[in-house]
Design a protein around this ligand. Structure first.
Ligand SMILES: Cc1cc2nc3c(=O)[nH]c(=O)nc-3n(C[C@H](O)[C@H](O)[C@H](O)COP(=O)(O)O)c2cc1C
Length: 228
């Protein structure tokens, strides 16, 4: 096997892969990925993540069926200059019309049907710490007990010459997906992660510079400058 990429390289180049070759990904490989990903941190080290390793075509089709209208709505909201599915602003779009539109979302759905394997990452709410559960806004803290694990999956995939993407579009259909796959009541969807050999390795990611988001001491404080 060739030299693994450096951590510096991996941190700067782990992109969202949505287009895959036909190369298979064995259960053995998935096992190694999960075995490395499990070292992710979680609140109280409670490790509430659960994973469904999905290969069945019927399940992929189910996901596509649910993702299509959601991604059409998402795209329409974006075209209206909105943050799609914002938790702080109402939408101005006609959601039903958007869902029924023929906007092409194949870039997303192809990442599901074309992936060698799908990992549906779930989180057991019985063991998740959510310090912000009583705040008058969407809860952020519980996600922090599962998304480091999800990201570790993508980092561990790099060691296997694989890539993937975090897909959260199924959340709009969570009850239907849970029912179809027998997922218990207190277990929530976290992300669907398609994995495979990407058709292209991207190395230049579009990200804002540190100065655009970091400041000293308080909101509005002096910009945190980095030496370049
Ligand atoms: C929390 C989260 C949710 C995401 N949901 C989706 C999704 O539903 N569908 C999708 O195709 N990509 C999804 N992405 C991937 C983002 O679109 C991607 O990280 C971003 O556009 C940057 O792309 P790049 O890493 O290739 O530069 C998600 C990423 C995160 C972190």
């Amino acid at each position: 096997m060739s030299e693994p990429p450096s951590l510096e390289h991996v941190l700067r180049t782990t992109f969202s892969a949505r287009s895959f070759t036909d190369d298979p990904v064995s259960d053995e490989t998935v096992g190694r990925i999960l075995d490395r990903a499990r070292f992710a941190p979680s609140g109280g080290n409670r490790q509430g993540w659960r994973v469904l390793v999905i290969r069945e075509a019927a399940t992929k089709e189910l996901f596509v069926e649910h993702l299509e209208p959601t991604m059409r709505i998402y795209t329409t909201m974006g075209m209206a200059d909105e943050t799609p599915y914002s938790t702080v602003a109402d939408t101005s779009i006609d959601v039903e019309a958007a869902a029924a539109s023929d906007i092409d979302v194949s870039r997303i759905t192809d990442s599901i049907t074309g992936a060698a394997v799908l990992l549906l990452v779930l989180v057991d709410l019985e063991v998740v710490v959510a310090f912000d559960k009583d705040q008058d806004r969407v809860a952020i803290a519980p996600g922090a007990s599962v998304f480091p694990f999800v990201w570790n999956i993508l980092l561990a995939a790099r060691l296997e010459g694989l890539a993937g993407v975090i897909n959260t579009g199924l959340h709009t259909s969570e009850p239907a997906i849970k029912e179809a796959l027998g997922i218990p009541e207190n277990v929530a969807l976290a992300a669907l992660v398609p994995l495979g050999v990407p058709t292209k390795w991207l190395t230049k990611l579009s990200r804002n510079p540190v100065e655009s988001f970091a400041m000293h001491e308080r909101w509005g404080g002096p910009t945190f400058e980095i030496e370049s």
